[in-house]
Design a protein around this ligand. Sequence first.
Ligand code: AMP
Length: 198
Amino acid sequence: MKDLLNLVLFGPPGAGKGTQSEHIIEKYNLTHISTGDLFRKHLGEGTDLGKLAQKYMDEGNLVPDEVVIGMVDDKINGTSTAASGFIFDGFPRTVPQAEALDRLLEGKGQRISGMIALDVPEEELKKRLLARGKTSGRVDDQNEEKINNRIQVYAKETLPVAEYYEQQGKFNKVKGIGSINEIFESISTVIDNFSQEK
Ligand code: AMP
């Protein structure tokens, strides 16, 4: 099977992963897998998975690995191969999730092409999340304590994932402040390099 473009879009809450994903999927014809969006969909539909995830999400804590991995497995296997690859957004958020993703892709003769890590200072993240909370209706964006907890959870449980990809030579940092277009240009340059390396 040909090697597809499989990206991990990484960064703290409020880094702009969702916004940039929209541009990336359009330009590179990728299937978007955002675990946060998938959980919010389950929540909206009132499924058992949604009910289970809600208590973690409301507090800004991580949903247990086996639940997240099972959901991603279903999504990958339920996707037709029409697109040119996947972009993983908000996943993996722990090292066991990153290991599981490697195994899932390996089972399909695929691999992660590279990680793009959006770099945004903490003060800017807090400002963006509070602003988003006013319009998004997201409970986890509306309270400073919950926002702080998410940033702490990111630093403690999720940052080691960057190290995991760094060890594989797949880590790429992109400045996540500036206009949406400027940031997208920087991301595109990194992605075009992955494509050439294949
Ligand atoms: P997000 O939209 O990516 O900020 O995710 C919203 C919330 O969903 C997070 O605060 C977590 O509670 C949960 N969540 C999303 N993705 C993951 C993941 N990969 N691992 C664990 N929990 C997740």
